[in-house]
Design a protein around this ligand. Structure first.
Ligand SMILES: NC[C@H]1CCC[C@@H](CNc2ccc(C(N)=O)cn2)C1
Length: 246
């Protein structure tokens, strides 16, 4: 998968995705990341990329022309069709379902705004999708872009080793993750649940599913709305909640 990041600070996204799973995916060529700076496509010796907003009021707006030229160069750089995403609080909320869809695309272009944003004519003419990582305002779209890169990189085939593939499943079915434990078995903070050391893999899977269901019910009931739980899951959830009462 190829991702092109258009930003006044493209190195910010490069650095945020240079470590761990994302760094390894890049090293393995599972993900190619390219940074582009609209300042390189701006005119004049000040290479102006932003200007005051029409209609008055505070702040600057990123100019349409440097971005248009920059995006033309991005499109030109690879024959694969692009899907242009603009990161902004006005976008559709990113979730794992959309992450899976984005991760399947051959190319993504992530447009990172700064200041008050991008001239709306550029958004209308070039952007396929506005995406938001949450209801808050960042100083720029770069950190949001880095989150998109991270989420799609780990879904590339080969990015997660076998053990890692379990990581995918934890949220893939729309539930929160179960608790995890490691050494020592006994610690001042508590003891590892016996079932996890029983070697009974069916019981372990059942316990993990039950924990995920109970946690989701308690912390994010919204994730269970409009979702038909299987008979087995409903039983696990009821049993898990009853155990909390005891
Ligand atoms: N109106 C301000 C706004 C104009 C357009 C550029 C953004 C950059 N900052 C961002 C970008 C994305 C998100 C998010 N939630 O995904 C938050 N903040 C700022």
């Amino acid at each position: 998968m190829r991702i092109d990041v258009v930003s006044l600070f493209p190195e910010e996204v490069d650095r945020c995705t240079a470590f761990g799973v994302t760094g390894r995916a890049r090293e393995r060529g599972l993900l190619q990341l390219h940074g582009w700076n609209p300042r390189d496509y701006a005119d004049g010796n000040y290479r102006k990329t932003d200007d005051r907003t029409f209609g008055g009021g505070p702040g600057m707006v990123m100019l349409v022309e440097p971005l248009r030229r920059c995006l033309a160069a991005v499109r030109e750089a690879d024959p694969a069709p692009v899907h242009v995403v603009y990161l902004s609080p006005q976008g559709r909320r990113l979730d794992q379902k959309r992450v899976r869809e984005l991760a399947a695309m051959p190319r993504l272009v992530l447009l990172c705004g700064r200041y008050e944003g991008v001239d709306e004519r550029l958004v209308q003419a070039e952007v396929d999708e506005e995406l938001s990582i949450g209801d808050y305002v960042l100083s720029g779209g770069e950190l949001a872009a880095a989150i998109v890169v991270d989420t799609v990189a780990r879904l590339q085939d080969g990015a997660l080793n076998d053990a890692g593939s379990a990581e995918q499943d934890s949220f893939e079915d729309g539930l929160l993750d179960c608790p995890h434990y490691s050494h020592p078995v006994e610690h001042a903070y508590g003891v590892v649940p016996a079932v996890l050391r029983s070697g009974n893999h069916a019981a372990i899977a059942r316990w993990r599913r039950q924990q995920a269901l109970v946690r989701t019910w308690q912390r994010r009931p919204d994730l269970l709305e409009g979702r038909e739980l299987s008979k087995a899951d409903r039983k696990l959830l009821q049993e898990g909640l009853a155990a909390l009462e005891r």
